[in-house]
Design a binder for this molecule. Structure first.
Ligand code: HEC
Ligand code: HEC
Ligand code: HEC
Length: 142
């Protein structure tokens, strides 16, 4: 291969790399700060495995609402065997005791504003950092 060709190839590769990485460096320093949901420190498990709750918490909330409102079925067995009430305020928000530092972290970033809080009571926000993300474990039911 002639030197002449390899020069062209290298130029080609350089341009290719610049184009491929463009979205990354173009966005450097511009993107909104990443969401940083504070997890409860004093409990280990959510009601569903982490991956599932992360992607499907809207569905489980919908199911809970329907089961409670339509069928008065209030008891839920978590994946680790614990029993909880199917309740947004009395279960989810007991462990996730700061809406600001948990739910809102992701939702603000994504610009979703669940309308649930028009009716359901938000937890009182903990004063500042130290109390933060301490779960007040919801009562286990039978
Ligand atoms: C008993 C305490 C407890 C209850 C009740 C609870 N959670 Fe969780 N939740 C946790 C813990 C602990 C984690 C972190 C789990 C892990 O790291 O495996 C978590 C994780 C999550 C996550 C994923 C967060 C992330 O950064 O990926 C979401 C979303 C979530 N919970 C929403 C909910 C919703 C909605 C409810 C009610 C349907 C609920 N949780 C009920 C303790 C709880
Ligand atoms: C790890 C990030 C994350 C956390 C933490 C989180 N959510 Fe979400 N939430 C999402 C995502 C992603 C969506 C889906 C947005 C979409 O589909 O447009 C969503 C959507 C929802 C919806 C449906 C809203 C709608 O208008 O469709 C509800 C209800 C909801 N979340 C409740 C909660 C509650 C309550 C908490 C706190 C206990 C919480 N979420 C914490 C990421 C999160
Ligand atoms: C217009 C008012 C209103 C709005 C808005 C609303 N709810 Fe409800 N929700 C109710 C009422 C009333 C009940 C019945 C309370 C009961 O029987 O315990 C209920 C029950 C529930 C329940 C089961 C009982 C409990 O304690 O939580 C869940 C879960 C629930 N709703 C989730 C949601 C979610 C998630 C949203 C937002 C996506 C939402 N709701 C929006 C009025 C509302």
């Amino acid at each position: 291969m002639k030197l002449y060709d390899s020069g062209k190839i290298i130029t080609g590769i350089v341009i290719f790399v610049i184009l491929m990485t463009f979205p990354f460096w173009f966005n450097m320093g511009r993107a909104a700060p990443k969401p940083d949901p504070k997890l409860p420190k004093n409990v280990k498990n959510c009601v569903l495995p982490k991956d599932t709750i992360k992607t499907s918490h809207m569905q489980i909330l919908n199911n809970w609402r329907d089961e409670v409102v339509r069928d008065n079925k209030r008891s839920f067995v978590a994946f680790d065997g614990k029993h909880f009430d199917k309740s947004l305020s009395n279960t989810c928000m007991k462990c996730h005791s700061s809406k600001k530092q948990f739910c809102d972290q992701c939702h603000n970033y994504l610009k979703v504003t669940p309308y649930c809080w028009d009716c359901h009571i938000e937890p009182k926000e903990p004063k500042e950092s130290k109390e933060t993300a301490e779960a007040k474990e919801p009562k286990e039911t039978k």
